[in-house]
Ligand binder design. Structure first.
Ligand SMILES: NC(=O)c1ccc[n+]([C@@H]2O[C@H](COP(=O)([O-])OP(=O)(O)OC[C@H]3O[C@@H](n4cnc5c(N)ncnc54)[C@H](O)[C@@H]3O)[C@@H](O)[C@H]2O)c1
Length: 417
């Protein structure tokens, strides 16, 4: 199989996690990429990731601290996997595209809609692939959920409830996730939920809501982050930080189909944590266990009838995983699975890389392209902008930057205006 030469740009926590995805892909029968370079403005992070890559893949990628220098030294590189912090995506992804590289950028596509539009324009002008590494939807359980809805298992969808509450005043992984100008939590993590809300039920037309900053100070607690990948930087995290970015948002969504969405993302929640993902339709309801845990979906019908075993597959005849995902998760029509988090994460990231390389090799469009990535970002900001204006906003208005009362300050700070 042809292996497309790629580079990881951004060798922090997610860069390390991406490497585990590459290693999972490398061990499969479908490997179509080769990691030939790593790049980070922090030389230590890049060197460390190169060492880890050598252990995981048997070959040390070359190390760079500048994209220009990397592309000049290694013109064979075709794709860049941009895993830098959120506030830099618009600059780094644009630089890679202008240097002639295809780009897979971590979510969100960019920190504001102006940033998204800049990256989209760069991809168009360069004629290069732009893929957004949105991983939650690639979880087989979310694939099955979408198939169930599309195959009519619950009838016509009427309502989706997406609730995530918890976190208190804990510092969430890194300080930059709590600052308005670097990609605050509601955007950085909330964009996953935005993607799932539209992956399940289709495009959202308009939204009404608001965002809040509840916890002005955040305190260091669990510094390992998801899967423990951030533990090596624990000493660099202050014990307390002052937060400037919103940590909660509340929304009422109107889908293009006419369905309604209720979205709560409250990462300053104290007391009982809640994670709810439910869809109600004209014939029944679907309850999802959330992401990357492999627990089964549940269907409920009137008369207390519940389906939570393998027979759920009878309601989703169209459900099929890709050959790679089927190999990694143990079947083409997986309805539950059980692996440690780090392995689940790696398997899902492997499918992202595989698709990226396939798109480079065949020219086909990625599933989560720049337009989908921008729409996801627009859904998050719809709640922010709606709160500022005190009225519902359409996602089209947000994408066109016709409403920007919240984002304007970030754009000015970043020189995007
Ligand atoms: N999909 C997921 O589940 C998931 C999970 C965590 C993080 N992420 C995303 O991954 C991205 C990175 O997050 P993280 O937690 O790894 O952040 P991080 O702070 O741990 O790492 C960021 C790295 O990027 C480097 N960097 C910054 N600017 C750069 C530049 N111009 N050129 C090269 N390197 C540069 C930094 O030096 C650092 O090493 C974010 O966009 C985040 O939203 C996604």
């Amino acid at each position: 199989m042809t292996r497309t030469p790629i580079a990881i740009v951004g060798c922090g926590g997610m860069g390390r996690r991406h490497l585990t995805g590459l290693a999972a892909l490398d061990r499969s029968d479908f490997c179509n990429v080769e990691l030939v370079a790593v790049c980070d403005i922090n030389q230590r992070n890049a060197e460390d990731l190169a060492d880890e890559a050598e252990r995981a893949l048997g070959k040390r990628p070359r190390v760079f601290s500048s994209i220009t220098e990397m592309v000049r030294a290694m013109p064979e590189i075709q794709g860049a996997d941009v895993a830098t912090d959120t506030g830099s995506h618009h600059r780094v992804a644009t630089e890679c595209l202008r240097a002639g590289l295809h780009v897979m950028v971590e979510k969100p596509l960019a920190i504001t809609l102006r940033g998204c539009n800049l990256v989209l324009q760069a991809a168009r002008e360069a004629g290069r692939i732009l893929s957004v590494a949105e991983n939650y939807r690639r979880d087989p359980i979310n694939r099955l959920a979408r198939a169930l809805i599309q195959d009519g298992a619950i009838g016509t969808p009427q309502l989706m409830i997406e609730t995530s509450i918890g976190g208190g005043n804990q510092l969430f992984i890194t300080p930059w996730r709590h600052q308005k100008f670097t990609g605050t939590l509601t955007l950085d993590a909330g964009v996953h939920n935005a993607d799932i809300l539209m992956y399940y039920l289709g495009d959202v037309e308009s939204a009404y809501g608001e965002a809040r900053l509840y916890e002005k100070y955040r305190y260091k607690t669990n510094t390992g982050g998801p899967g423990g990948f951030y533990a090596k930087w624990a000493d660099q995290i202050p014990d307390r930080i002052e937060a400037t970015g919103e940590d909660a948002m509340f929304g009422y969504l109107r889908y293009k189909s006419g369905a309604i969405g209720q979205w709560i993302f409250h990462h300053a929640g104290h007391g009982l944590p809640q994670h709810v993902r439910q869809v109600y339709g004209s014939k029944g309801s679907l309850s999802s266990p959330g992401d990357r845990n492999g627990r089964p979906l549940r269907l409920y019908f009137d008369g207390n009838r519940e389906i939570a075993d393998e027979s759920i597959l009878d309601y989703a005849p169209s459900y099929r995983l890709s050959p790679l995902a089927a190999q990694l998760f143990g079947g083409e029509r997986v309805w539950t699975y059980s692996f440690p988090f780090v392995e689940i994460d790696a398997k899902i990231l492997a499918t992202e890389y595989h698709e990226f390389a396939e798109c480079i090799q065949t020219g086909r469009a990625p599933e989560v392209d720049g337009l989908v990535g921008r729409r996801d970002t627009a859904l998050v900001y719809a709640l922010f902008e709606s709160g500022k204006l005190g009225r519902p906003v359409t996602l089209d208005e947000v994408e066109a930057v016709a409403v920007d009362a919240y984002q304007r300050e970030i754009d000015e700070y970043l020189g995007l205006i």
